[in-house]
Design a binder for this molecule. Sequence first.
Ligand code: MN
Length: 344
Amino acid sequence: MLSVVVDQPNSMAVLERPMPEPGPGEVRVRVRFAGICGSDLHIFHGMNPFVLYPRIIGHEFVGRIGAVGEGVSPSRIGETVVVDPVISCGQCHACRIGRQNVCSRLQVIGVHRDGGFSQFVCAPEKNAYVIPAGLALPSASVIEPFAVAANVTHRTGVLPSDIALIYGAGPVGLNLLQVLKKVYGIKAYITDHFDERLALARSIGAAEDETINTLREPLPEALARRGVAGGPTLIYDAVCHPSILEEAVRIAAPAGRIGVLGFSNTPSAIPQQELTKKELTLYASRLNCAMFPTVIDWIARGLVDPGQIITHQVDFRDVRGAFDIAERNPRESCKVLLDFGLDS
Ligand code: MN
C-alpha cells in the first residue's frame, strides 16, 4: 500500500508500506478521503511533542471496512465508516470518570500510532462509526474536526441567552459557528484577519454584522458598535495565540465562560483579579470525548454539514502540494482533503 510518511521533521514522502493486519478488536479501513489538520502541519514541522518518527500521519478520514480482526463480526466488512482517533486505556482516573480523551495513556491515531494518510489503516472497531445515509464522503471525512467543535461546546454548555464570540474563522472556528448557529441558534460573532474567511462564515450562517475583521475593526470597539457593551458571555479561542486568552479574559462578561483549544507552551498573562471579579470559567478542550455519535446525529437530522469548510481535494500523491495550499494560502483555502481514490 501507499502511505504518506513523515520520516523526520520537514521530511515527508509517499512510500510503499506493508499492508497492516487488523489485530484483535480492530478493523482495517480502505481510506477514501482524509482531511489535513493544522496538527498534521505541526507534526510535519517537528512541532508536536507527542509524535515519534517515522509516522504515517492523518487523523481525519473516511473509508470502507475491508477486513476485521479476531473478535470483530465479519458483518462489518463493507461498512463506510469515520474513525474517532482517540484511543484510551479505560483504567485511569480520566477514563473512569468518562474523560477518555485525556487518558493518561492516550493514543491518537495519526500521532502516537499510524494514521489515515494511507490507502489502508487499522483502528479499534469501536472507534469506527457508520456514516449517515446520503452523506457525501468528503463531508464525512471531516467529522473529526466537527467533533472538536462539538466537544468544546459540550464542555462550556450553550445557553439560549448567550452572546458568543469565536476567535478565528479557520476550520475549527467555522465548525464552532455552525454548531452555535445551526444547533443552538444563538447570536455568535466571529473574527478573522481575512475577508475571504469571513465570507465563508457568512455562507455558513453568520449574519453580516456577526463577522468582524479585526485588522480593520479593533475588537472592543467592534463589539461596542454592535451593542455587546457588556462583553460576550461565551468565548471560544480557535486562533490559539497566547495573547487571545489575555484579551478574552479582559472582555468576557461577568459569569462568562471561555473555551480554550490551544497547544502553545508560551504563557498567557492573566490577572487573577479579572477571573475572580467576574467569576469566569475556563474550559480547556482536547480532541473530542465520544462526540462522534452526537455529530452523526446532528448530520442525520439535517442540522449541520461538516463539509462546508472543504475548499480543495488533492490527489494524495501530491501531498506536498496539498500541504502548501493549506499552509501558504489561507485566503483561498480552508479545509484541504487528500483523495485516496478507489480500489483499482
Ligand atoms: Mn484535526
